[in-house]
Design a protein around this ligand. Structure first.
Ligand SMILES: Nc1ncnc2c1ncn2[C@@H]1O[C@H](COP(=O)(O)OP(=O)(O)O)[C@@H](O)[C@H]1O
Ligand SMILES: [Mg+2]
Length: 507
């Protein structure tokens, strides 16, 4: 794979040579690094951090992440060139492979919310006269006061945050826009300035501009599905396929856009069709999200969702589509899992604290969702809980509270002591403070899971977790309790996991 242009070496002269670096994604899942080989340094390198967190959110497109992150870093170092946007990226590839998601994920990491993106749906600007909506009509035109331009400096500033002053601008499905829009964009890409109808200027020098397009998607489909039947692509053929898709995308781009336009793009990234492994990772993420959603929305009425292998295979089989990518998987999860589950909850058919079991129905055409009754023997009303914190007062308080409920308690003030207790007693749950005198609670939790995969790990923290640790918590489904928290929060977290319907009546 070619390296992207080093941003600092970008030429800003008018006669830029073909500067767009062509990047291909390698396909396959970007494996999260294990906690061991991520060093325990206190102030993690920002680039590594951002790359890691982004690749957790956008699965199987490692090249996209690798290309975009250096531009963010360059901006944060104050080294972005003036007179143009910080970076301009054209994201190509089949539908539902994560193009739009990449920009949303970046917004979440930089600004704390996916919504911090100034998004222009180019489909709304297919006619020449509609482009006026974007910049507002010039004065003197009838009704020019009523046309509020969509792209104003104010709107651009509104998508930044206290955390970061870089704005993300997304022109989605750019091939649909009228030609005059492409001309407008040319000015933005070239000088970082957009002139509005009233002659005021919008400055994009603190913006990353993303253009997405399905150009060439139909031809890519033909390449993926030559017989129009379902055909899975063998791993050995993937590298070959990657370069074919990329070539198809480039031909389509050159056909549609002028060379000047293409030359002003810093990187063209071709997204790859998602592999079965990537789809499986996306499904797992959705199920973890669903469980977290249940926990936060239902509080002490929450329950544990159990989606075993067979049910996951069912969802993957129904949700795999080379035409719609992960969108089909999202629809399938919604139809077969989220919606029926919502119906059960709304009609009070799920007791708080119960285990909800999902299985493939006879005939293999749908999923059955049922709560596991108490007589199933899964009840574990008195779990053994390990508490690790160097705050003795908190430790003793929780210890008394849990002992009152008949739970068995183990306490430790350091990671080393905690490890010994886990080896000796194999507790069912561990409540770990993030900042320990000799380590970090999140990494300790990950370590515990390697020997006791069934253990419920809950992280307590007095500060905001660094993104890397937050991603680990998300990946491993660790609930995070921000101090101060209510004792009932922690008790409920543990109860909802270890008590079945009958036990839950006590809750
Ligand atoms: N690579 C991916 N990693 C994680 N989720 C993805 C990925 N690709 C698609 N999805 C899921 O599918 C949905 C649609 O993806 P999107 O990024 O809008 O596709 P497109 O490539 O057509 O812009 C997203 O909201 C997300 O839930
Ligand atoms: Mg999209």
């Amino acid at each position: 794979m070619k390296d992207p242009d080093r941003p600092e070496q970008r030429r800003r002269t008018k006669v830029r040579t073909r500067s767009a670096a062509i990047i291909k994604s390698e396909g396959g899942v970007d494996k999260p690094k294990s906690s061991q080989n991520r060093s325990r340094k206190q102030s993690p390198d920002l680039t590594e951090d951002l790359t890691f967190v982004l690749s957790q959110k956008v699965v199987g497109q490692p090249a996209a992440t690798k290309v975009i992150v250096p531009y963010v870093q360059m901006y944060q170092a104050g080294l972005s060139p003036e007179g143009r946007p910080v970076g301009v990226f054209l994201l190509l590839g089949p539908t539902g492979t994560g193009k739009t998601k990449t920009v949303e994920a970046l917004a979440e990491v930089l600004h704390g919310s996916e919504k911090n993106v100034l998004k222009v749906d180019c489909g709304e600007f297919q006619m020449e006269h509609e482009v006026a909506k974007l910049i507002g009509a010039p004065p003197g035109y009838l009704g020019h006061r009523e046309t509020q331009p969509m792209l104003t400096q104010q709107k651009l500033n509104a998508v930044t945050s206290e955390k970061c002053s870089l704005s993300l601008v997304l022109f989605d499905e750019i091939e649909k826009a009228a030609p005059s829009m492409t001309r407008l964009l040319l000015g933005v890409l070239d000088k970082g300035i957009l002139r509005l109808g009233d002659n005021s200027a919008v400055n994009f020098e603190k913006s990353l501009v993303f253009l997405t397009s399905n150009l060439g998607a139909r031809e890519m489909m033909r390449e993926l599905n030559p017989d129009f039947g379902f055909q899975s692509v063998k791993v050995a053929d993937r590298t070959d396929l990657t370069s074919k898709l990329q070539a198809i995308a480039l031909v389509a781009v050159r056909k549609r856009f002028s060379p000047e336009f293409v030359n002003r793009i810093d990187c063209i990234i071709t997204y790859q069709p998602l592999t079965p492994e990537s789809l499986a990772a996306i499904l797992d993420k959705h199920i973890v999200d669903l469980q977290n959603h249940v926990n936060t929305r239902l509080g002490n009425r929450s329950f544990t969702l159990d989606v075993p292998f067979d049910a996951r295979q069912f969802l993957l089989q129904k949700g795999t589509s080379s035409e719609y990518g992960a969108r089909e998987l999202n629809r399938t999860i919604h139809r077969f899992l989220t919606q029926p589950l919502a119906t059960l909850v709304a009609s009070n058919q799920v007791a708080p604290g119960s285990r909800v079991w999902v299985e493939v129905a006879e005939g293999g055409e749908k999923l059955n969702i049922r709560t596991v009754e108490s007589q199933a023997g899964a009840a574990m009303v008195n779990p053994t809980v390990l508490l690790v914190d160097d705050n003795r007062d908190l430790l003793h308080f929780l210890e008394r509270l849990m002992a009152n409920d008949g739970w068995t308690l183990l306490t430790a003030e350091s990671a080393t002591a905690a490890k010994r207790l886990v080896q000796e007693h194999q507790p069912n749950a561990a409540l770990l403070d993030y900042m320990l005198p000799d380590g970090n609670g999140v990494e300790l939790g990950v370590e515990f899971l390697q020997t006791s995969p069934q253990m419920l790990v809950i992280v307590m923290t007095g500060t905001i977790l660094p993104p890397e640790e937050e991603a680990l918590c998300e990946e491993h489904n660790f609930p995070v309790l921000r101090k101060p928290f209510l004792a009932s929060d922690v008790m409920n977290q543990i109860r909802s996991r270890f008590t079945t319907a009958s036990g839950a009546q006590r809750a």
